[in-house]
Design a protein around this ligand. Structure first.
Ligand SMILES: Cc1cc2nc3c(=O)[nH]c(=O)nc-3n(C[C@H](O)[C@H](O)[C@H](O)COP(=O)(O)OP(=O)(O)OC[C@H]3O[C@@H](n4cnc5c(N)ncnc54)[C@H](O)[C@@H]3O)c2cc1C
Length: 452
């Protein structure tokens, strides 16, 4: 088999690329996908009890007109709009997010600890060298101890000393000490959600519906259940475990870059193999817990953060609030989607995680203890590649690998293909695929993804 463009992976990046190639009038392309389903980490699943689950809470934060227009075309009016509303569970209470602006909800001694850490003389006085120092520099020791350190370790499963902080950008709201004190003394709530802080979610089928519909546009070119395991960059050929051999002129890889650079290439290149070993990632276990509603349990929260050790999960999404169709009996059931990370730095016994998740819901008052035997469903999925960790060696690894691949007509983009967390959301991923296609066909420069 032969095609001008071969794309590994039918996730948002691969589908964005394939769809754009078709829009640009290019028909010689093939997408190889190892699973029977499309959408990658943005796929959704319907369980046997009739509940729909994403692979962790997915919310579209678009930065692009092209992406917005694509969503409109794919979903039209079949979307619901919600205000973002998130909370932090800490010290046996709920604090609205952003945490630092709402510390008035904490016990008094903890409030004082947070404020003390924020006083200028108690903050790190020089530029931070890593994410751990950045936490002290920006948030101070108090908020660091109560929220930032434990929460981030639970998410990243990586010590913050091993991480850079260049990825933070708009993701964490930075501290304004005056505002913190004003809110504390005048007892104001300062919440990140407001009239403009909304997101849209598919009415049916979860986040994955977006990508099922996108895939339908290029279905004739998608080869499902084809797992690439070898790439020969001289012969310009990829091979799948199922025995398919495909020749290409240009290859777009959206599967994990450490596998491509470290394992799949026939031509072993020590620089690339060593650089591939410098990448860092976590895995994510997602548990979907469904139960019948009791009136008092329904709240408007979208998602909640859990920094403390009374639960294994770092985040729970009230998935029933995203669409009534995410549960089997709309309005009558709840769907909690709970995410727990793991890594070499934070090993977890996956066999125990479902039970620990249910107990964690009890410990954090999300679930009454007596109801644990009465759940409507327990669903789970484990992803070995969850978050591409912005580790200290990441940029040098990308700088070693990407130019070598491109010199051979191989482009690696997307969440794990590009391994840059700061551009690893769905909108970024789709656009990396789109911009790659435009580069190939129109010779336009890519703007979302770069390295070095
Ligand atoms: C827990 C969690 C929460 C998230 N929350 C959000 C959010 O709120 N908002 C947001 O915008 N984004 C969110 N994301 C990110 C979002 O899922 C990604 O942006 C998106 O899925 C990345 O698309 P991709 O195509 O680059 O990679 P992937 O989704 O990983 O797709 C890669 C594809 O390649 C396939 N593949 C891998 N190896 C092979 C192989 N050997 N052969 C053939 N095919 C292969 C995979 O099966 C997959 O289909 C979240 C991700 C996670 C894990």
């Amino acid at each position: 088999m032969k095609a001008k463009y071969v794309i590994i992976g039918a996730g948002p990046t691969g589908l964005g690329a394939a769809n754009r190639l078709r829009e640009l009038g290019e028909d010689s392309f093939i997408v190889l996908e190892r699973h029977a389903y499309v959408g990658g980490l943005a796929a959704s699943f319907r369980d046997e009890a009739g509940f729909t689950w994403d692979i962790g809470g997915h919310v579209v934060f678009s930065h692009y007109n092209y992406f917005d227009d694509l969503m409109d075309e794919l979903l039209g009016g079949e979307r619901l709009e919600h205000e973002r509303e998130s909370w932090v569970r800490v010290c046996k209470t709920w604090v609205p997010y952003p945490f630092q602006n709402n510390i008035r909800h904490l016990p008094k001694d903890i409030r004082w600890k947070c404020v003390q850490g924020l006083l200028p003389e108690n903050r790190l006085q020089r530029q931070p060298k890593n994410f751990s120092e950045w936490i002290d520099y920006v948030f101070g020791a108090g908020i660091g101890e109560i929220f930032m350190r434990p929460y981030n370790f639970k998410v990243w499963a990586t010590p913050p000393e091993l991480m850079q902080y260049s990825w933070i950008g708009e993701r964490v709201s930075i501290i304004d000490l005056k505002k913190v004190l004003e809110n504390l003394i005048l007892e104001h709530d300062d919440v990140a959600w407001g009239p403009n802080n909304t997101f849209k979610f598919p009415l049916h089928g979860g986040t994955g519906e977006i990508f099922r519909r996108l895939a339908a546009r290029v279905e004739d070119c998608i080869h499902r259940n084809q797992e690439v395991f070898a790439v020969d960059w001289d012969a310009k050929k990829v091979t799948t475990a199922q025995g398919l051999e495909v020749e290409y002129e240009y290859l777009l890889n959206t599967a994990p870059l450490d596998l491509l650079a470290g394992q799949w290439l026939k031509q072993k290149d020590d620089v690339m193999v060593n650089a591939a070993a410098d990448f860092s990632r976590n895995g994510v276990f997602v548990a979907g817990i469904g139960l019948d509603t009791r009136d008092h349990e329904v709240n408007s929260r979208c998602w909640m953060y859990f920094p403390e050790s009374d639960s294994p999960f770092y985040r729970v999404t009230n998935f029933h609030n995203y669409s009534p169709n995410n549960v089997a009996r709309p309005e009558k059931q709840l769907g909690f989607m709970c995410e727990t990370s793991f890594s070499e730095h934070k090993p977890e016994n996956l066999d125990q995680l479902m039970d620990r998740t249910v107990q964690g819901l009890v410990n954090t008052t999300m679930l009454e203890g007596k109801r644990t035997a009465d759940l409507a469903t327990k669903w789970s999925i484990t992803e070995e590649y969850g978050y591409p960790v912005p580790c200290l060696k990441r940029d040098s690894a990308l700088g070693a690998i990407q130019p070598r691949l491109e010199a051979k007509g191989i482009f690696s983009r997307g969440r794990f293909g590009g391994w840059k967390y700061e551009v690893a959301n769905m909108d970024h991923s789709v656009m990396q695929g789109v911009e790659w296609a435009q580069r190939m066909v129109l010779a336009e420069p890519e703007t979302t993804y770069s390295w070095g």
